[in-house]
Design a protein around this ligand. Structure first.
Ligand code: GLN
Length: 190
């Protein structure tokens, strides 16, 4: 609908997946998983409703469909969103509490080398653009990366993955590989 669709598709292709673009409900058929890119969560939510994707996607997420949300996409997946607009449509599914636009003015956008121990010793170069913060997570959620201020930047709950930054904007494909593996695993255990 919005955001870094082409960049995500390129990174998914680089790890051996076959990305297709999804804008309409019928296009969800037969997919192993879905990436919701960054952009503007208010706009993504409205478009999901207008194009009839909101209800089917919510239903699928509840049935265990693998979804990865980056930045605005992570907001869409959160069960609790602070500083959301009053009528902002969300998807939910992940037991995480997220605050929109949580970095102050000077750090609205920044890049940092983020340690992600489960992806190896080499940190991930992470690009944050008007990013949310994951402020807390439920007990079924695995924290994958934490920033120096203690806020969580990447988390996983079963087949759901949330990153508050943009792995599609760097050549490092480790997060894309992780999500493709999560989706493949979900498919074989279904
Ligand atoms: N600030 C945006 C929002 O609240 C997210 C920004 C992004 O996805 N880069 O939806």
């Amino acid at each position: 609908m919005q955001g870094d669709v082409a960049e995500h598709a390129a990174s998914l292709r680089a790890v051996g997946a076959e990305p297709v673009e999804v804008r309409l409900p019928g296009q969800l058929e037969g997919l192993a998983g879905l990436v919701i890119p960054g952009g503007e969560s208010t706009a993504i939510g409205k478009l999901l409703v207008n194009w009839g994707l909101h209800a089917p996607l919510r239903e699928r997420i509840r049935l265990g469909f693998p979804v990865w949300g980056t930045c605005a996409g992570a907001i869409m997946l959160a069960e609790d969103v602070k500083d959301a607009l009053p009528e902002q449509p969300l998807l939910g599914g992940m037991d995480i509490s997220v605050r929109r636009n949580a970095f102050g003015r000077q750090t609205q956008s920044f890049e940092t080398d983020l340690p992600v121990p489960s992806l190896g010793n080499q940190p991930v170069h992470a690009v944050f653009i008007r990013a949310p913060k994951i402020e807390s997570v439920g007990e079924d959620v695995e924290v994958l990366a934490t920033l120096e201020d203690g806020s969580i930047a990447a988390a996983r709950q079963g087949p759901l993955l949330a990153t508050t930054f943009h792995p599609e904007l760097t050549p490092d494909t480790r997060f894309h590989r992780l999500f493709v593996e999560m989706a493949a695993k979900t498919r074989t255990t279904r």
